[in-house]
Design a protein around this ligand. Structure first.
Ligand SMILES: [Fe+2]
Ligand SMILES: [Fe+2]
Length: 395
């Protein structure tokens, strides 16, 4: 059997951005790697002013949630004190004794390689994959260095990929000044805004506690989705002149019960008499709305009835839904990390123009999808659809 080829990408990821993701993916494709371990530094000896390790970790996980072959690794975070590449490689060699290791670096790092701690040992432990563009050196200098290191036995492959023009330093500046950050994945941008990282003004007093709880309660995919829904709900609220803070909080907490086993959700629902609707109680897909509203109040301290209501009706809809309910319902359906589905682009566009029209379009799409799967639509969704048809705004 062929040996597994494991890529390694280290960095402070302060914050992780699309340049990192694209570089890892390009290296993976070019060097035919099976996967890439994304390894954030815990306590970098040369950088002091960086975001807390656990924030960088959560952002990394959220950014890689859509990329199954990019695996965040805590190999450096979980060690105390200064850790050098030679230590990391030794641990990985033990963890993956049968794999070949490929360390992905930029050309500027290649220029410093011989100054690394235990450089000779490092060079013997892995192959280096070098992203060609250097920011601080000329192509001739990089070529010379490549040759010099190969002459002493290093295994170095120069990649041909064109790196994306993105840097964490520039992104931090943009965040501090409230500028757009197209190179930042939406869940990461939302995380920074909610927590107030990199000079942003934090938007939620309870952000630290909530992010820890949500990260522990949800899968990373669901965590990233949750952040993207909060971002989109806030954006829709601003477009339609609703309360952006309420929309954002409801978006953040809408799926807080989603990853509980169905049995636990049913127990919570029955114990606290959340609903008498047996169809809802039997549905793994739908029940997390009412249990989520309960948990949002009980575990996250939400008392605002508008936020709780938006969470409670985000799966089935509800006749007489408010515009805030609609914004949260739609944000769930159209957030930017959502996989494509028929009508997605149409619902996205409509949502900017009319929440009612977008909701009608989205629910009609759901109706078709559910019927195609041979299932019945929940009666409350049917009632919501009938109600939507009566509104002057959907005519
Ligand atoms: Fe949900
Ligand atoms: Fe959701």
């Amino acid at each position: 059997m062929a040996k597994e080829r494991i890529g390694i990408m280290g960095g402070t990821f302060d914050p992780i951005h699309l340049g990192h993701i694209e570089m890892a993916k390009a290296a993976m494709a070019e060097a035919k790697l099976d996967r890439v371990l994304m390894i954030p530094t815990g306590n970098p000896p040369h950088k002091k002013d960086i975001a807390p390790a656990e924030d960088r970790w959560k952002m990394l996980c959220a950014a890689c949630a859509q990329e199954p072959l990019l695996e965040p690794s805590r190999v450096e975070l979980d060690r105390s004190g200064v850790i050098y590449t030679v230590d990391t490689l030794s641990i990985l060699k033990e963890q993956y004794p049968k794999a070949d290791l490929f360390y992905i670096i930029g050309a500027d790092t290649l220029m410093e390689l011989e100054h690394w701690r235990a450089a000779a040992q490092v060079l013997s432990m892995c192959t280096f994959l070098v992203c060609p563009r250097a920011w601080n050196h000329t192509p001739a200098q990089v070529r010379d260095q490549h040759k010099r290191l190969c002459d002493i036995g290093a295994s170095i492959i120069m990649l041909t990929m064109e790196p994306m023009d993105a840097s964490s330093t520039a992104i931090r500046e943009d965040l501090a000044h409230g500028r757009p950050t197209p190179a930042l994945p939406v869940p990461v941008r939302e995380y920074c805004g909610v927590k107030g990282l990199y000079g942003m003004t934090g938007r939620m007093a309870q952000a630290d506690e909530w992010m820890d709880k949500l990260f522990a309660a949800l899968t990373v995919k669901r965590f990233a989705h949750t952040l993207a829904v909060a971002h989109t709900a806030r954006q829709l609220a601003r477009v339609h002149q609703l309360d952006a803070h309420k929309a954002e909080v409801a978006g953040l907490l809408h799926d807080c019960a989603k990853c509980l086993p169905l049995k636990d959700m049913q127990d919570i629902s029955r114990l606290h008499k959340l609903t008498g609707d047996e169809t809802l109680i039997e549905s793994g897909n739908l029940l997390h709305s009412v249990t989520g509203a309960y948990l949002a109040a009980a575990e996250y301290g939400i008392t605002d009835p508008e936020i709780l209501r938006a969470i409670a009706c985000h799966t089935t809809g509800k006749p007489q839904m408010t515009q805030l309910d609609m914004a949260v319902y739609l944000a769930d359906k159209i957030e930017p990390t959502r996989a494509d589905y028929p009508l997605l682009n149409k619902v996205r566009l409509l949502a900017q123009l009319s929440l009612e029209k977008a909701l009608l379009c989205s629910m009609e799409g759901t109706t078709k999808y559910v019927k195609k799967g041979g299932k019945a639509l929940h009666p409350t969704t049917l009632e919501t659809l009938a109600w939507l048809h009566t509104l002057p705004k959907t005519k």
